[in-house]
Write a protein that binds this ligand. Structure first.
Ligand SMILES: Nc1ncnc2c1ncn2[C@@H]1O[C@H](COP(=O)(O)OP(=O)(O)OP(=O)(O)O)[C@@H](O)[C@H]1O
Ligand SMILES: [Mg+2]
Length: 470
């Protein structure tokens, strides 16, 4: 007969109470596999009452129980995954129990119900899969901030421009978007594509970023073995990728001159042929091009082909610079501030009138993109200083200087409370800034205007952190 083990020997009501109230099913058997402890969770989980099983051999109830194995082999098992019924999952651990003389007196099993976790994780993985799919579709269409509803404006003329674009989006007309840097050309191009309901992708080609030598292979693709260094399996070009969709020829003014007749031919014939191939591919493509240059002038100077210009420019859309739609500045600032705060989980800031005034008076040569950057930067600085509003100090230095230009005169009278040193510094900053602007940010010229050595100018530019504007 093996060593006797009574659970009541360890008796403690508290001990039993605790075991009854944990979410794991606990079974303890003696060395003969007689069940000597069975907690409440076991009752619920296995559907067997404590009074029915205590004192009985565990195998009578659960022939495949791990515990007899533990008793036999004196081996421990940890976190064995088990699915006792359909849609029910557990992890089981079972260990031998020894007395103080190191004799085996029984075994303990712990079953943890992980059905909920498994279901949750299945749900999570399904959600992740559909999210991945959506993300793929999303990026394959180049759709991000791409609908007209994301274009923010209160300017009547700009609203008209949006409406015109909406109307022509569904036609096959080629569109030329003209506007300074950061006015939203790409945003418009994507919105037009999205509105067009074309089946194919939106494929952007930045004509100024592709090296001349690679232009042809990037746009037309190449067949296998077309040239040394070509990928074995060949490669599709941007035109092919954009088939049945939109090709966005960005910075069209920088399209290499020798490429222009080739592009024109494709547009006229409606076919593209991969380099090294004889098989033309039929194209059904909407072309949106964009430029911040005056293409007409490039045409006049002979730097851009007239025929291509007319082909691309079936319809021209001019995007007004931000400085010509001042009402949008405050609107956009607030929107960008709110979006940025929400994305970063921080409270929104107040933009006081003083700051708005500077923003409205600034020239915004980098347009909406520049405004977005300035606002993001200001939010970061305001947050660092624990402010609940954006202050003038949170704007870039060159904008603070810009404020001088709008304050009619410097108050340099004795009534000025700023003190001599601060006032002199401000006058110095203002003069340096003006000289730099006047000289088109050429330092030697500015130093001449100011009548100071260049090294002194370098030192002062650094001291006052005066940086070039766009
Ligand atoms: N009206 C607007 N409403 C909301 N966001 C805008 C608006 N105009 C521009 N933006 C945002 O400003 C940034 C610059 O826009 P976009 O890239 O379209 O300009 P772009 O004209 O293509 O500039 P570039 O010539 O420098 O390429 C983007 O983040 C865009 O989302
Ligand atoms: Mg762009």
């Amino acid at each position: 007969m093996k060593e006797e083990f009574n659970f009541s020997d360890l008796d403690s009501e508290i001990f039993e109470f605790i075991l009854d109230n944990i979410p794991d099913a606990i079974t303890i058997v003696d060395a003969n596999c007689k069940t000597i402890f069975w907690n409440k969770t076991s009752e619920n989980y296995f559907g067997v009452k404590k009074d029915d099983i205590i004192g009985k051999d565990i195998r009578e109830f659960f022939p495949s129980s791990l515990l007899p194995k533990v008793i036999d082999t004196e081996k421990s098992y940890h976190n064995i995954y088990n699915s006792p019924r359909k849609d029910s999952f557990t992890v089981i651990s079972a260990v031998p129990i020894y007395n103080q003389e190191n004799q085996l007196i029984g075994g303990l099993a712990r079953d943890r119900d992980i059905t909920e976790y498994v279901k949750l994780s299945e749900l999570l993985s399904k959600t992740q899969t559909s999210l991945d799919k959506l993300e793929k579709q999303y990026s394959s269409y180049g759709i991000r901030e791409s609908s007209f509803s994301n274009i923010i404006t209160n300017n009547p003329e700009f609203i008209k421009t949006i409406n015109v674009c909406k109307n022509i989006a569904k036609t096959k007309i080629n569109i030329l978007l003209r506007g300074e840097s950061g006015t939203g050309k790409e945003l418009f191009a994507k919105a037009i594509h999205n509105e067009s309901e074309l089946e194919g992708k939106f494929v952007a080609v930045n004509c100024s970023a592709i090296p001349k030598e690679l232009f042809e292979s990037e746009l037309f693709g190449y067949d296998k073995g077309a040239f040394t260094g070509a990928r074995k399996e060949g490669k599709s070009g941007k035109f092919e990728e954009a088939n049945n969709g939109t090709i966005f020829l960005d910075e069209i003014g920088d399209m290499p001159f020798n490429m222009q007749p080739k592009i024109l031919r494709i547009l006229e014939e409606g076919y593209v042929t991969r380099i090294g191939s004889n098989t033309p591919i039929k194209l059904n493509i909407r072309i949106i091009s964009a430029t911040n240059k005056d293409i007409k002038e490039l045409v006049n100077k002979g730097e851009f082909r007239k025929d291509l210009y007319y082909r691309l420019n079936t319809f021209q859309v001019d995007l007004k610079p931000l400085r010509e739609r001042k009402e949008d500045i405050v609107l956009l600032s607030n929107r960008f501030m709110q979006e940025f705060c929400m994305e970063n989980g921080i409270n929104v800031f107040i933009i006081p009138e003083k700051v708005n005034k500077i923003l409205k008076n600034y020239q915004w040569e980098g347009n909406v993109r520049e405004l977005k950057n300035v606002i993001h930067r200001a939010v970061i600085l305001a947050r660092e200083n624990n402010n609940d509003e954006i202050t003038v100090d949170n704007l870039p230095n060159y904008m603070q200087f810009n404020d001088y230009e709008n304050t009619e005169e410097f108050d340099v009278s004795i009534n000025n409370t700023k003190g001599l040193e601060k006032t002199l510094e401000e006058v110095e900053k203002k003069l340096i800034y003006e000289a730099m602007k006047k000289s088109d940010w050429k330092k030697s010229e500015a130093a001449n205007i100011l009548g100071i050595p260049r090294t002194t100018l370098y030192y002062k530019l650094d001291k006052y952190n005066i940086q070039m504007q766009y």
